[in-house]
Design a protein. Structure first.
Length: 295
């Protein structure tokens, strides 16, 4: 089911956005779904397991990653988007380029997830305004190759809220329908672990801007550092990305309980269970509040 005004999925709980990286170098599953048929099958699997949105990206944004050109990015994502959209999936395109976003929307994508929030390509906001599609604005301070050099904050929560607010204002003034804007605090993007934890602890302050919030913590390094490997044959370093799923599920529960609109994850089943539990807790809280108010 989609929200009739915005065409956003509205399942009555925190939305699950499943990730498909059609790349050879993404930090978690780079190369696994680089083949078109493998990517399509993965997308269908995500939908079958309960994903409300499938987010297809063709350019790695892991720390230190270099850029590819627009033609290569488009060639990776467009065939996958066409097939998933034709199969009835709600598809989002993960791109910073307006020309790739435009082609993806033409191919059947219904949402644009822009990790730069319109900063990487000045043509993105006019495109979204004209297309009238949902738009994810992430907090971003620069491209992957150098972004961690910009992880300097006096008050990370206040600064992220302020910078997201500025990007929201720019999008709205550029003609994007405010009801179509979703904010993402950008965990791991120009953030050190302590910054990520502070943002997770203060999602309510980000939500106080008044827009839906998307949280993307799945398998990220700060989770691996928290649950560092231990035992014989390990060096105590960050747990490998595939061993971070339980931590990801925990974050999904925390985010949903804090009122996040959605979580972006690599694996769906655990996070889907987590957000359902969070929805029930939130409903029970609301019930108790209503009961108390009626006394």
């Amino acid at each position: 089911m989609s929200h009739p005004a915005t065409d956003l999925p509205s399942p009555g709980r925190c939305v699950i956005m499943g990730v498909i990286n059609v790349t050879p170098d993404s930090f978690s599953d780079g190369g696994r779904y680089f083949d078109r048929s493998a990517a399509v099958e993965r997308g269908l699997e995500l939908v079958r397991s309960g994903a409300d949105i499938v987010d297809v990206g063709g350019e790695s944004t892991r720390p230190g990653a270099g850029r590819i050109d627009a033609a290569e990015e488009a060639s990776r994502v467009l065939p996958v988007i066409r097939e998933l959209a034709a199969a009835g999936g709600y598809v989002s395109v993960d791109t910073m380029r307006a020309e790739v976003a435009a082609a993806a929307l033409e191919a059947g994508a219904r949402m644009v997830n822009d990790v730069s929030g319109g900063l990487a390509d000045p043509a993105m906001i006019p495109l979204i305004a004209q297309a009238g599609r949902p738009y994810v604005i992430m907090h971003w301070r620069g491209h992957s190759a150098t972004m961690q050099d910009k992880a300097r904050y006096a008050d990370v929560v206040a600064e992220v809220c302020d910078e997201l607010g500025q990007r929201y204002q720019a999008a709205a003034e550029g003609g994007v329908d405010p009801e179509l804007i979703i904010l993402d605090p950008g965990l791991g993007f120009a953030k050190l672990p302590r910054h990520n934890w502070a943002l997770l602890a203060n999602l309510d302050r980000i939500a106080s801007i008044g827009l839906p919030v998307l949280v993307g913590a799945s398998r990220k390094r700060f989770l691996g550092e928290l649950i560092a490997s231990a035992g014989a044959g390990t060096d105590g370093g960050p747990r490998p990305d595939t061993g971070r799923e339980y931590a990801t599920v925990a974050v999904s529960a925390i985010a949903a309980l804090a009122g996040a609109w959605g979580v972006r994850v690599h694996e769906v089943p655990g996070s889907l269970d987590a957000v359902k539990v969070a929805a029930s807790v939130r409903a029970a809280r609301a019930g108790h509040v209503a009961e108390a108010a009626g006394r």
